[in-house]
Design a protein around this ligand. Structure first.
Ligand code: DGJ
Length: 745
C-alpha cells in the first residue's frame, strides 16, 4: 500500500480507493502532490510538482525563481523562510529564533501501526493497515521530526500525526504543533462545519471558501458544543450521494483548531491540530512531543460516502470497547423523571415498570452521593447518600440486577463543588490562579487533572464503587469548561502546557478505568454533546448527544452528528412532553422514531404513563429489539436533510436484506404536494417487501422512482357540516413520522 520511488523521490500511499502522494522537494522538505481518487501506481509525478515562478516571491536559492516556499504545496510547512501562510508547527530556540529547516533523512515502511503514547488513536493489525514514518532532521538544533502516515487497506482514509524529538543539549519550545496540513491544488470548495451551543450542538453549516483564513476552534479545555473538531471540503455540486468531499477530524478532546486558508494563488491549506493559542511545550534533551492523530477521509460518493467511511473507521479501528460492534442495551435514565429528588423506593418503582416494558438497563443519574440535592454541592465526594439510598449503591444495584436488569451509574469525575469535603481538604486541587477570583460554572470548579495525584485519587474513589461488580454502565459527565487555566504543580514557564496536560489526565483516568473494568459500557457526556469527539469514542463507545431531547430539535442535532459519528454512538432517549428544553409537544410515535436512530432509551417517569402510552412504548421496544442490529450495526444513509422541514434516514443491514427507513415531517403545509424519498444501498434487482405498506418493490424501483411517503393531508373538513367532501391523506398535523421496514424476499 506504500511505495517509495527512489528515482523521483516520491511516496505513494494507495489502496483500491485512494492515492496520497508526497515528494521530497529540492530543499529536502516534504511537498504535497496529490490526494484523491486512486490513480495508477507507476505514474511519473514530475508534472505534478511543476511550479511557476513569481518575480517577487522569496527564493530559497539564488537566481532560481522556481523554488519559493510561498509557491510550494507542502505537507508540514514552517513559517519564516518564504512561506507566509500559517505553518503546521513553530519551534523556539534558546536564542529566541524561530527558524527551522527539517530535511528528509530516511523513512520506514511497516505493516500495522504504533500506539500513540498516552493518546487515543486508531488501531489496526498487520493486514489492515500500513504505516510510513518519514524522519526529518534539523541538524543545527539536533531535533528530529517524524511524520507518520497510516493507510487502511479497506477504507479511503489516511491518518497522520507528528512527533518532535529533541536530541540536542538545549531546551526547545514548541509554540505550535498541528497534526495535519495539506495544500490542495485549488479553492473551489465549500467548507462544511458543525457548530452550535449547549442543547443545539452540531448543526450543519456550509460556507463557500473565500480568500484568507476560515477557521473554527476551541479554547475551552474541551472540544466543545460551539464547534466540533471536524470540517469537510466539498465540491459545489457534491450531494449526499455523488461528488467529491474531503473530511477531517482530530482524535482529541481538548482545545483544537481546524482551518482552511486560501492563498494568493488559490491553493487551499487545510489544517487541524491542537489550538496553538494557550499552548507551548518545553522539550528537554531526549524528550519528545507526540501530536494527536488527524483523520483524513476522501469520498467520491458524496457526503453519505464520507460519513459511512468515518462510521466504519470508528467502529472497527477506533472504539476499543468490546461494545464497539455490539447492539446496545435499551436504557432508562432517571434524570428528567426525578432530577435530584429520588429515593431507593421511587427508583425501584421506575425500574420495575421499565423492566415490564422490556427495558434492559437502569441508569441512576446525578444526585446519589454526598449531600447532593441540587447542583451546588458534593461533586468530588463520591460516597453514597444513605439518606436517599439506605442500602447503598451495592444494595440498589443488587435489587436492580435481581429484576434481571443491568445497572448503570452517573459520575462527574473531573469536577469539585465549592461545598464539598474534597474541596475543604484539597482546595489546591481546583484549577485556579492564586489570589485571583475563581469563575463559577454550574456552581462548580474543575479539578487539576494535569496532576497525577488528583487522577489517582479520583480513580480510587470510583474503583471502590465499581468493585462491587454490579455496575455495567457509567455515564461520565462534564458540566463546565475551564477558566483561570493554571496548575500549581507546573513551573511558571510551563503553564501553557496546562490544557494539553489536563486532557492527557482525563485520558489517563479513562485508560485506568477501561483497563480495570473492561466490561463496563461507558457513555461520555458534557452537558449533553459538549465533548462529542473521536478522542472520547476511543474509550467510551457512546456519547449523550444533547441535553435537548425534543424530537424536532434532535432531527437537526442527530443529522449533524451523523456526519462523522456512528448511529450506535449517539445517545438518544424518548422523553416526556411538554419537552423540558423547548416545551414542545410531539407525539410519542415521533419521539420514538427519532430516538431509534441512536442507542435508544427512555428518560421519563414510566410510572406516570397512561395505559395507552404504555402499550405504545412496549411496541416501540419490541420493534427496536427486532431491528437494532440493522440500525446500529448496518450502514446509515441520510436521504433528506430538512428541505421543507422534511428529514429522512435509512439504515440497511450489511447483507442488504433488511432496511429501516424513517421519514419525519416537522410542520404541516396546506394542500401539499406528494412527497417521496429515494432509498439507497438496496440490491437493485432484489424484491423487497414493506411491512407497513404491505407492498413489494424492486430495489432499483425504490432507489430511482422512490417511495411515496404517507400521503399528506389536504385540509380538514368538518364532516358534520361538509358531508361528502373528500379529504385525502393520513399524515395530519405537525410533528409526524413514519417508519418503513423492508425485507428482501
Ligand atoms: C448534564 C447531563 O447532560 C444530563 O443528562 C444530566 O446527567 C445532568 N448533567 C446531571 O447533572
Amino acid at each position: 500500500m506504500i511505495v517509495y520511488n527512489e528515482k523521483q523521490k516520491y511516496f505513494n500511499l494507495s489502496n483500491k480507493y485512494i492515492s496520497y502522494i508526497m515528494n521530497i522537494m529540492d530543499n529536502g522538505q516534504i511537498g504535497h502532490l496529490y490526494y484523491g481518487n486512486k490513480i495508477s501506481e507507476n505514474i511519473s509525478v514530475s508534472h505534478m510538482f511543476r511550479q511557476r515562478g513569481c518575480i517577487l516571491a522569496p527564493c530559497t536559492y539564488k537566481n532560481n525563481l522556481d523554488f519559493s516556499l510561498e509557491l510550494m504545496r507542502q505537507e508540514y510547512p514552517a513559517y519564516g523562510t518564504g512561506d507566509y501562510r500559517e505553518p503546521a508547527y513553530q519551534l523556539r530556540m534558546k536564542d529566541g529564533s524561530r527558524i527551522t529547516n527539517f530535511i528528509y533523512k530516511t523513512h520506514k515502511i511497516y505493516s500495522g501501526k504504533k500506539k500513540l503514547e498516552g493518546l487515543p488513536a486508531t488501531f489496526g493489525d498487520e493486514k489492515d493497515v500500513t504505516t510510513l514514518d518519514i524522519i526529518l532532521e534539523d541538524s543545527l538544533i539536533n531535533c528530529q521530526l517524524i511524520l507518520s502516515y497510516s493507510i487502511f487497506e479497506d477504507l479511503p482514509v489516511i491518518v497522520r500525526s507528528a512527533n518532535f524529538i529533541n536530541m540536542g543539549d538545549n531546551d526547545l519550545y514548541l509554540e505550535r504543533a498541528l497534526s495535519m496540513s495539506i495544500d490542495f491544488f485549488d479553492s473551489e470548495y465549500d467548507m462544511v462545519q458543525l457548530d452550535g451551543a449547549w442543547s443545539r450542538e452540531r448543526h450543519v453549516h456550509i460556507r463557500k471558501l473565500e480568500k484568507g483564513k476560515q477557521s473554527i476552534s476551541s479554547s475551552r479545555g474541551a472540544s466543545s458544543a460551539s464547534h466540533n473538531p471536524f470540517f469537510a471540503l466539498k465540491r459545489k455540486n457534491t450531494t449526499e450521494t455523488t461528488g467529491e468531499i474531503y473530511g477531517f477530524t482530530l482524535i482529541y478532546s481538548g482545545n483544537f483548531i481546524a482551518q482552511s486558508e486560501v492563498d494568493d494563488y488559490d491553493v487551499t491549506r487545510a489544517m487541524i491540530g491542537i489550538n496553538p493559542f494557550e499552548f507551548e511545550w518545553k522539550l528537554k534533551k531526549n524528550e519528545s512531543f507526540q501530536t494527536p492523530e488527524a483523520v483524513i477521509v476522501y469520498s467520491n460518493s458524496g457526503m453519505n460516502g464520507m460519513s459511512q467511511t468515518f462510521h466504519s473507521l470508528f467502529k472497527n479501528h477506533l472504539i476499543r470497547s468490546k461494545w464497539a460492534n455490539k447492539v446496545r442495551p435499551i436504557l432508562i435514565n432517571n434524570w428528567e423523571a426525578t432530577y435530584f429528588d429520588f429515593t431507593e423506593e421511587s427508583i425501584l418503582k421506575i425500574a420495575e415498570k421499565a423492566k415490564s416494558l422490556g427495558i434492559e438497563l437502569f441508569v441512576l443519574d446525578d444526585g446519589w452521593f454526598g449531600e447532593r440535592n441540587n447542583d451546588s454541592t458534593s461533586l468530588g465526594d463520591w460516597d453514597v447518600n444513605y439518606k436517599k439510598l439506605p442500602n447503598g449503591i451495592d444494595g440498589l444495584a443488587t435489587k436492580i440486577n435481581d429484576l434481571d436488569m443491568m445497572f448503570g451509574l452517573w459520575f462527574e469525575p473531573e469536577m469539585v463543588s465549592e461545598i464539598s469535603s474534597l474541596y475543604e481538604k484539597h482546595p489546591e486541587w481546583a484549577v485556579s490562579v492564586p489570589n485571583r477570583n475563581m469563575t463559577y460554572g454550574r456552581n462548580q470548579f474543575v479539578l487539576d487533572f494535569s496532576n497525577d495525584e488528583v487522577v489517582e485519587y479520583i480513580y480510587n474513589k470510583m474503583a471502590d464503587i465499581l468493585n462491587c461488580g454490579k455496575i455495567s454502565y457509567i455515564k461520565w459527565d462534564m458540566n463546565r469548561n475551564i477558566t483561570e487555566a493554571y496548575s500549581k504543580i507546573l513551573p511558571n514557564n510551563r503553564q501553557k502546557e496546562f490544557f494539553h496536560r489536563y486532557i492527557l489526565g482525563v485520558y489517563k483516568l479513562y485508560e485506568k478505568l477501561t483497563t480495570a473494568f473492561p466490561d463496563i459500557l461507558f457513555e461520555s457526556c458534557a452537558s449533553g454533546g459538549g465533548r462529542f469527539d473521536a478522542g472520547m469514542l476511543y474509550y467510551a463507545p457512546q456519547a449523550w448527544t444533547s441535553d435537548d431531547t425534543d424530537a424536532v430539535e434532535r432531527l437537526k442535532i442527530q443529522y449533524g452528528t451523523s456526519m462523522l459519528y456512528p448511529i450506535s454512538s449517539m445517545g438518544s432517549h424518548v422523553s416526556a412532553v411538554p419537552n423540558h428544553q423547548v416545551s414542545r409537544e410531539t407525539s410519542l410515535k415521533m419521539r420514538g422514531d427519532v430516538a431509534y436512530f441512536g442507542t435508544f432509551g427512555y428518560e421519563l417517569d414510566v410510572t406516570k404513563m397512561s395505559d395507552e402510552e404504555i402499550s405504545e412504548v412496549k411496541k416501540q421496544i419490541e420493534y427496536f429489539k427486532n431491528y437494532r442490529e440493522v440500525i446500529q450495526l448496518g450502514d446509515f444513509y441520510r436521504l433528506q436533510n430538512g428541505e421543507n422541514g422534511r428529514f429522512a434516514w435509512m439504515c440497511i443491514s450489511k447483507d442488504k436484506s433488511t432496511a429501516v427507513v424513517a421519514f419525519y415531517k416537522v410542520l404541516a403545509q396546506p394542500n401539499p404536494s406528494l412527497k417521496k424519498i429515494c432509498l439507497e444501498g438496496l440490491i437493485p434487482y432484489g424484491e423487497y417487501y414493506c411491512e407497513e405498506t404491505k407492498e413489494t418493490y424492486f430495489g432499483d424501483e425504490l432507489m430511482n422512482f422512490g417511495l411515496i411517503c404517507e400521503t399528506e393531508f389536504t385540509g380538514l373538513i368538518q364532516e358534520d357540516s361538509y358531508k361528502g367532501v373528500y379529504h385525502s391523506g393520513t399524515d395530519k398535523g405537525d410533528f409526524t413520522s413514519f417508519v418503513y421496514t423492508f425485507k428482501l424476499k
